[in-house]
Write a protein that binds this ligand. Structure first.
Ligand code: NAP
Ligand code: HSE
Length: 447
């Protein structure tokens, strides 16, 4: 009996793609396009053909074979200026070269798919404007939280909701490092090296560990959730560098896990409103997350986004935040939308240029706080510390005194009731000025 072919005929002309970047994500995309060819044809009725692949080094050994249809090049114009290419996928990373590439491609009528959160956070206003002026699609699902489909969710599925709070673990590398330090007592540097080997880290890993990558993603989520431009330079950012194993263990004793958190909350104080433009409390910071929160259990390379919305209530999204295939899957979903010619508004809002967000000054943020103070073990030290707390109106919820470290120094560990970041800064400065602290204080918010 003759065997029946199960492949589905393609009916429309293929979507011809110029792929810029053949590193972790670019090669992952090439692999998925090849492996999922039949599924792609069934979904969009056409093939995706990668015609050109842009790299820096033509002679580099590649772990993934180039698609049969593709030619390697080091000339960006081979992609941007080829009239046969319909869409450019930008996966080279960085700002200047990526921006030039995308702008030129838009000017020549190409649609764009990118995973470049740094570029969209820092230069997004100009690029979204250019895409609107040229009438092209600019999609970026892979730029936030890897495999979690949060960009389209905010742009489409939740667009009938007002978002009260969005809180997330948005950097896979940092979460991997913190999880490995906590679970396997791994050194920070060793865990970072592993994250790099697994393809999670940025080409410049300081973007991950100093909180900038999470901050870039938060800027994108703010734009999608509130329809405002939040200037990157105005965002308070603190990363995980310097988090010690000691604090990871002490946090556990308080029933918490240390996580790098990206958070935005809309301020409900009406006196801050500016003609309906949301006023936001936003930032990236390490925090002690209570173990009763789902976020505390998000480990390894996983990311999560927790949203409180007026109609939907509480939502929680969880998935792999980095790595070749999880991220490439998100890039491919954008390419399928381009193949279907889905022309939604790229930002999710109808304004061509979005207004600037109102900003709540960081000193006014309120939360409970964790503070680890190293003091000389002498009579009255606790009274002096408590006196400083009282002077700044800070009320202590829990306190632990650890044993002398052998040098006559003792750690005092506090959990405060809710207070402002400004009051916490003041009290730590007051203690320093009174020479009460033998080492710099360690202080984190508690969520
Ligand atoms: P990568 O592994 O470092 O790959 C970068 C690729 O771009 C390489 O093929 C490189 O060429 C090429 N390239 C870099 N600069 C170039 C230039 N100026 N001209 C031409 N080619 C250039 O990076 P990646 O991890 O795939 O990340 C790519 C993008 O995806 C970045 O924006 C990143 O932030 C984003 N992203 C990454 C992940 C992840 O898990 N890795 C997840 C989400 C988003 P050579 O191969 O010749 O060096
Ligand atoms: N370096 C990023 C991370 C890649 O670790 O989350 C995913 O955006």
């Amino acid at each position: 009996m003759a065997s029946e072919s199960t492949s589905i005929p393609s009916v429309a002309a293929p979507l011809v793609v110029g792929l810029a970047g053949f590193g972790t994500i670019g090669s992952g995309l090439a692999r998925l396009v090849a492996e999922n060819n039949d599924m792609i044809r069934r979904r969009v009725g056409r093939d995706i053909v990668i015609k050109r692949v842009l790299v820096r080094d033509m002679h580099k050994a590649r772990a993934v074979a180039l698609p049969d249809t593709a030619q390697l090049t080091i000339n960006a114009t081979d992609l941007t200026d080829d009239p046969e290419i319909d869409a450019l996928v930008e996966l080279i990373g960085g700002i200047d070269n990526a921006r030039a590439l995308i702008e030129r491609a838009l000017e020549r009528g190409k649609h764009i798919v990118t995973a470049n959160k740094a570029l969209l956070a820092e230069e997004g206003t100009a690029l979204f404007l250019k895409a609107a002026q040229t009438g092209r699609i600019l999609r970026y699902e892979a730029s936030v939280a890897g495999a979690i489909p949060i960009v389209q969710t905010l742009k489409e599925s939740l667009n009938g909701n007002r978002i009260a709070t969005l809180m997330g673990i948005l950097n896979g590398t940092s979460n991997y490092i913190l999880s490995e330090m906590a679970a396997n007592s791994l050194d920070f540097e060793v865990a970072l090296r592993q994250a790099q080997e697994l393809g999670y880290a940025e080409a410049d890993p300081t973007l991950d560990i100093d909180g900038h990558d999470a901050a870039h993603k938060l800027i994108l989520l703010i734009r999608l959730a509130y329809g405002v431009h939040y200037p990157y330079v105005a965002l308070p950012i603190r990363g995980i560098r310097g988090i010690s194993y000691k604090d990871i263990v002490l946090a556990k004793e308080f029933g918490c896990t240390i996580k790098l958190i990206a958070q935005v909350r809309e301020c409900t104080d009406e006196s801050r409103g500016r003609g309906g433009v949301p006023c936001l409390e936003a930032g990236v910071f390490p925090a002690l997350v209570r173990d009763s929160y789902l976020l505390a259990a998000v480990s390894g390379v996983y990311n999560a986004v927790r949203i409180e919305a007026d109609a939907a209530g509480l939502l929680f999204f969880h998935g792999r935040g980095a790595g070749a295939l999880p991220t490439a899957g998100a890039v491919l979903s954008d390419l399928l939308a381009v193949a279907r010619n889905e022309r939604q508004n790229n930002t999710g809002f109808s304004d061509t240029e979005l207004p600037q967000a109102g900003i709540v000054p960081p000193r006014e943020w309120r939360s409970c706080c964790y503070a680890r103070l190293t003091v000389r073990d002498r009579p009255g030290v606790l009274r002096d510390i408590a006196g400083c707390m009282a002077a700044d109106g800070i009320s202590v919820a829990r306190m632990q005194q650890k044993s002398d470290d052998g040098r006559g120094l003792v750690p005092l560990v506090f959990m405060t009731h809710e207070t402002s970041a400004g009051a916490m800064d003041n009290v730590l400065r007051r203690m320093e000025d009174a020479n009460l602290l033998s080492e710099p204080a360690v202080c984190y918010r508690v969520l």
